[in-house]
Design a protein around this ligand. Structure first.
Ligand code: ADP
Ligand code: DAR
Length: 356
């Protein structure tokens, strides 16, 4: 049972959402009075409440989604709020649907989306994983962050071949090295206001860091937004090579660390937008004609279930005409289908650009 102080904050937050007439978040859309009253008293076995779920979206009324899961149980205990939001965001994944089992498919069936090198600067495929037995950010203690970092860095140190690399903790990393890694798109930015408000950046930089091989084509983020973000990336448009590297890495890491998996929702992540396959396959691409108007670009990309981000990722603008374009759907389809949807969409965008 949530305590009186939490319920008082929840009541104030609900009133703020109700009054925010220009708020377009999925939180505002689906946190009806009925759902609010049903959930406001509840508490997970780890002590997480509805306040942990909605505080970011209450603080940031310009959120697109506005909720995060403080622990795995939250997806079940607060399902009356999570399920309709998941169905709305992951177009087509109904509340009665079950996410399919992991399936990377025939990894040799992917191509270089831009063999002439005219449009695509670089290609990246990432997935998220949550370590079994640990809650998500709002419920983690500083010692848990450090414990997870130690477990992951020692596990990764056993990787061989192309995946062999080194773990670099953020603690002790110079600001110059950190900024260079961020500017080169290898390292995560420090927590944005959405993550700050979700209590995802406490004890920063304790327990946070990055593992990468010498070529920086295989990287693992530790305790940014998710426990792990497993990343494969390289210059050019060879999506096949990038995806084959990612699947090898995920298979190797999954032999060593058990991850949180939900029977209906697939692999669990802090944010519901990343559930299921957790895969985001993206290109940094220049489409000067199509992107002359960003709204037009987003409209055309949307037809292929693609999402357009700025050069530095989410909530950023394009620099030098470079856009980050990726699959939007991550649930209700396999890893193979999600990446295939991205490949097909990018090939279509390049075709349209060539015909303009
Ligand atoms: P994610 O949720 O996948 O981590 P973000 O939007 O937070 O995505 O971006 C993380 C970083 O990855 C940013 O620096 C972004 O520029 C970089 N990035 C995304 N796609 C590509 C790509 N195809 N090539 C190079 N960098 C990329
Ligand atoms: N900014 C939050 C999160 C949206 C999805 N992006 C993540 N998880 N990085 C929002 O509700 O808009």
């Amino acid at each position: 049972m949530a305590d009186a102080a939490v319920i008082e904050k929840l009541e104030a937050g609900f009133k703020k959402l109700e009054a925010a007439t220009d708020c377009k978040s999925l939180l505002k859309k689906y946190l009806t009075k009925e759902v609010f009253d049903k959930l406001k008293d509840k508490k997970t076995s780890l002590g997480a409440t509805l306040l942990d779920v909605i505080q970011s979206g209450v603080e940031n009324l310009d959120s697109g989604v506005g909720i995060y899961a403080p622990d795995a149980e939250a997806y079940t205990l607060f399902a009356p709020l999570f399920d309709p939001i998941i169905e709305d965001y992951h177009v087509g994944f109904k509340q009665t649907d079950k996410h399919p089992n992991k399936d990377f498919g025939d990894v040799n069936s992917f191509v270089n989306v831009d063999p002439e090198g005219k449009f695509v600067i670089s290609t990246r495929v990432r997935c998220g994983r949550s370590m079994q037995g640990y809650p998500f950010n709002p419920c983690l203690t500083e010692s848990q962050y450090k414990e997870m970092e130690a477990k992951v860095s020692s596990t990764l140190s056993s990787l061989e071949g192309e995946l062999k690399g080194t773990y670099y903790p953020l603690t002790g990393m110079s600001k110059e090295v950190q900024q260079k890694l961020i500017d080169d798109h290898f390292l995560f930015k420090e927590g944005d206001r959405f993550l700050q408000a979700a209590n995802a950046c406490r004890y920063w930089p304790a327990g946070r860091g990055i593992y990468h091989n010498d070529n920086k084509t295989f990287l693992v983020w530790v305790n940014e937004e998710d426990h792990l973000r497993i990343i494969s990336m390289q210059m050019g448009g060879d999506l096949g090579q990038v995806f084959r590297r990612l699947t090898s890495a995920v298979n190797e890491i999954e032999k060593r660390i058990p991850f949180s998996h939900h029977d209906r929702l697939g692999f669990l992540t802090f944010c519901p937008t990343n559930l299921g396959t957790t895969v985001r396959a993206s290109v940094h691409i220049k489409l000067p004609k199509l992107a002359a108007n960003r709204e037009k670009l987003e409209e055309v990309a949307g037809k292929y279930n693609l999402q357009v981000r700025g050069t530095r990722g989410e909530h950023t603008e394009a620099e030098g005409g470079i856009y980050d374009i990726s699959n939007k759907r991550r649930m209700g389809l396999t890893e193979f289908q999600a990446v295939k949807e991205m490949q097909d969409g990018i090939l279509e965008l390049i075709k349209i650009e060539k015909e303009m």
